[in-house]
Ligand binder design. Sequence first.
Ligand SMILES: Cc1cc2nc3c(=O)[nH]c(=O)nc-3n(C[C@H](O)[C@H](O)[C@H](O)COP(=O)(O)OP(=O)(O)OC[C@H]3O[C@@H](n4cnc5c(N)ncnc54)[C@H](O)[C@@H]3O)c2cc1C
Length: 570
Amino acid sequence: MNFNIDAQKQNTYDAIVIGSGISGGWAAKELCEKGLRTLVLERGRNVTHITDYPTAMTNPWEFKHHNRLPPSFREQNPIVSKCYALDEATQQFFTKDSEQPYIQEKPFDWIRAYQVGGKSLLWARQVQRWSKFDFEGPARDGFAVPWPVTYDDLAPWYSYVERFAGISGNKDGLEGLPDGEFLPPWELNCVEKHLQKSLKSHYTDRHLIIGRCAHLTKPQPWHTALGRAQCQARHLCYRGCPFGAYFSSQSATLPAAQKTGKLTIRPHSVVHSIIYDPKLGKASGVRTVDANTNETIEYYAKVIFLNASCLASNQILLNSTSSRFPTGLGNDSGVLGRYVAFHNYRGIAYADIDGFEDQYYFGRRPTSGFMPRYQNVHKQETDFLRGYLVALSASRGGWGHAAGQEGFGADWKETNSKPGPWHLYVQIQAETIPKFENHLRLSPEQKDKYGIPQLITSIGYDDNDLKIIKHFHTSVAEMLDKANFKNINLVDDKRNPGLDIHEMGGCRMGSDPKTSMVNKWNQIHHCKNVFVTDGAAMTSIGTQNPSLTFMAFTARAANFAVQELKKKNL
Ligand SMILES: Cc1cc2nc3c(=O)[nH]c(=O)nc-3n(C[C@H](O)[C@H](O)[C@H](O)COP(=O)(O)OP(=O)(O)OC[C@H]3O[C@@H](n4cnc5c(N)ncnc54)[C@H](O)[C@@H]3O)c2cc1C
């Protein structure tokens, strides 16, 4: 008896954070800095900053397979192998398909990074604020439920996370893509500047800007205090950055949390469910399975932050059943797992341009050009709802393009030493509409190796998405033609949902507990001491890269949770 009480005490913290990726790292930092003894439960292995980036300094010729993965790897891992960032240098940060099987009722590529740091080690670091048009979208256009949060509510939190993370960008003064707290921007190259100028002369609603990204172009004292240094423009980021020059949990939030002396991280802790105490009317803790021993271990806290990433957080909530919540924690509304959305990346364009052969660029820029959404911004104008942003980059074919060709000797070397022609790559990033039928649920029969029911994904495209791709192709072809690009090639790569790695929803935010799962503070309506602050809580998804918004919501919710704890409301 005494022993059990001691064990419970030992496993009790002020706060528990589930997941240590982009959003979990922020929750840990904020809760620790505000004085809470915080336990981070992470299902993957530990990854120590710098020492666990084994390929960060590896030269191309030092890789066993020339930085390619052998066919056997791809055969065994057909899902993760589709991710563009996976190669021999980065494969240690990607979760292999067999680690967590799931059931694709409709095709969905679930890309995961189970380790301390999560996908923060692998992300492409593009960050854009939402605008008022994004928060107002569902109410104006009559889809989803209205957001209970406005741009003005989130703006100070955007500033807060941007300053700490270090975001490079230009103050472009665009209503549809608000400016933030920026470090110096990267530069558009000559072909991109040419396109920018052409757009300005032909349109009033289209702007080409340099991408805003979470890289230290000019580190500030609070960055260097954490051991972070300036970006070296190597663009080997997906291997882990030994300079701490891009924002990751390892480079930024976890060391800040560690500095407080309040942080405990427990890797290899697969969260099975959140424990609900009907007497208290709130959650009392978290049930985990130790990935090494298969032992079930429970941890307890006054407040729980769920940050396992969108699909995994839904899975944990759906599996957190009790007599009070037989279909998942807080799921009185029946919307848990519903209204999942993702970014439509299917539209692509390639083009060439003549006339800039005397110009080049410096280094490997870790960002690209962006055109913020220019469709349906102020009012509904098209036969589809919402819209898309355009990401693009121009580059010169160089020794890379020649290296793909067979050859040897002086002539071949000579060809390789000359920069090739200019190419442009253009990609859509379109909003999809959260729909009731696009959902997640648990398999009643099939479990994973930890005894957790497997997730069923039932998420697909609709007519709106196809109309958007068509519009993108027509619109991009017109813009490139006006700017004298040639060989314009329009592609629909028909990729599965999920490969965008921007999945959101399932535990959506709203004012009405009958139609939403969390309130405006990311607090589960019917279980107030559980906060869901990753992509699962997104009501709609905008066109922007999502992680900055997850960071801002997380910092805001953590601040609120600590105030509520002080008032003894949790
Ligand atoms: C190649 C790539 C490029 C990307 N580019 C961009 C970009 O440019 N801009 C952008 O905004 N976003 C980008 N993303 C997406 C971005 O990485 C995610 O939006 C972000 O990481 C989500 O943060 P998160 O905290 O929700 O999840 P994650 O960062 O994935 O962290 C979740 C953590 O929870 C842990 N976990 C999961 N299940 C459990 C469990 N049951 N028990 C315990 N722990 C668990 C995981 O191991 C992981 O560590 C990209 C992603 C990838 C892979």
